[in-house]
Design a protein around this ligand. Structure first.
Ligand code: FES
Ligand SMILES: [Fe+2]
Length: 392
């Protein structure tokens, strides 16, 4: 299939996505490394869809900024003097410098955005404020020099950005998620700690698919996740259709702390979120909004996977532990967080090794599309999303 034209490959994706879930096949292997597929994904997915880039409370004050690279687009998310978050281009309107190129930190603070090249400066809402020694040229008028501004929306404290101004609002993309979450409101949850995994030589879809399916828990995670959440106790929720996937991992009854309404209850290390149903207290909800927003929600915390694809065979990953603001006062909090992060690191090491081995295998001339198990049906949902985006 790697010798196929891009059109033939897209036809195959469309045909596979049209199969019933019970007859689903994995994507053609060439989808995971071909440059032309990647270029199409950049154009039709990463420049058109909503992508999660941070937490609102990472930028509490006017002037706080967050550097974001959406594939090849350098952006900065800034909290303005009016308290509003904006996503701006950080490409200077003078001669095109990435204005934060010399900032190693992803976060910063400033009253203005100043380009280090010739010191043009911009207000926090993107207007040109000053352009030194430009009196001889009348060209830098305000409209020409305003930094491009992109769509930004917040949901449950997460910041989403979209480069396509014609895209439907985020709210229409995530209808149905609130139903899944019930009373959970993560708006004030904060990052308690992060695992900065860095760059991996793996296509972004390999990583997302690994996150979204529960079948590999019996192999890759047989001594970790599978012990606490046996794959046989996972229930998929297919309501997300081709927009999001969800699955509940119910705790192993032998490791539960008790039973409520017939649901074995999962142990927590931090205060349990108030208002949860017994089912919610009985396990961890894994959900992903395509293309790349991924969350595992437990009764006391959540793990958020922040992925940035960087090429056809690479991506960067940070994994964050989110907890309600009030949980920061829990006795022994730092130790509890440290243990959580250690566990996350361990599971991620298992996933990273699996993903890298899959990426190498997919390069073989003999790699092929394989039949998917029932616990892999979220991959079929993801294929339907991809077909909708790529095969237009
Ligand atoms: S490129 Fe930014 S001031 Fe010249
Ligand atoms: Fe995994």
């Amino acid at each position: 299939m790697s010798d196929a034209s891009l059109t033939e490959l897209l036809q195959q994706i469309r045909a596979q996505a049209a199969r019933p879930a019970s007859e689903a096949l994995s994507l053609p292997p060439a989808c995971y490394w071909r440059e032309d597929v990647w270029a199409l994904e950049v154009e039709r997915i990463f420049r058109r869809d909503w992508l999660c880039v941070g937490r609102s409370n990472q930028l509490p004050n006017p002037g706080d900024w967050l550097k974001v690279d959406l594939v090849d687009e350098p952006l900065v998310v800034v909290r303005g003097e009016d308290g509003v978050l904006r996503a701006l281009s950080r490409v200077c309107r003078h001669r095109g410098m990435d204005m934060l190129h010399d900032s190693p930190a992803r976060h910063g603070h400033g009253a203005l955005l100043t380009c280090p090249y010739h010191l043009w400066s911009y207000t926090l809402d993107g207007r040109l404020k000053a352009s030194p020694m430009m009196q001889a040229n009348t060209a830098p008028d305000a409209s020409r020099c305003h930094l491009p501004t992109f769509a930004l929306s917040e949901w449950q404290g997460f910041i989403f950005v979209c480069l396509d101004e014609a895209a439907p609002p985020l709210a229409t993309r995530i209808q149905g998620l609130e139903q899944l979450l019930g009373s959970v409101d993560m708006s004030d949850w904060r990052i308690a700690g992060s695992v900065n995994w860095g760059e991996s030589p793996v296509n972004w879809k390999v990583a997302l698919e690994n996150f979204a399916e529960f079948y590999h828990h019996i192999g890759t995670h047989q001594n970790s996740l599978q012990v606490l959440w046996p794959a046989s106790r996972v229930s998929l929720d297919m309501r997300g259709e081709d927009v999001f996937m969800a699955g509940r991992m119910a705790v192993n009854p032998e490791l539960a702390t008790g039973t409520e309404d017939g649901h074995p209850i999962q142990a927590t290390h931090l205060p349990t979120i108030p208002g949860l149903t017994a089912e919610q207290r009985g396990g961890t909800l894994v959900l992903a909004v395509f293309p790349l927003f991924a969350l595992a929600l437990s009764p006391d915390s959540a793990i958020w996977f922040e992925w940035y694809p960087t090429g056809p065979e690479s991506h960067v990953l940070d994994i964050h532990l989110l907890v309600p603001g009030s949980s920061f006062d829990t006795p022994g909090f730092e130790q509890i967080v440290a243990e959580h992060l250690e566990a996350i690191r361990g599971v991620q090491a298992e996933d990273a090794a699996a993903n890298e081995a899959v990426q190498r295998g997919l390069r073989s001339r003999f790699a092929t599309s394989g039949p998917l198990a029932e616990l892999e049906q979220p991959l079929w949902q993801f294929q339907r999303y991809l077909a909708g985006r790529l095969c237009t």
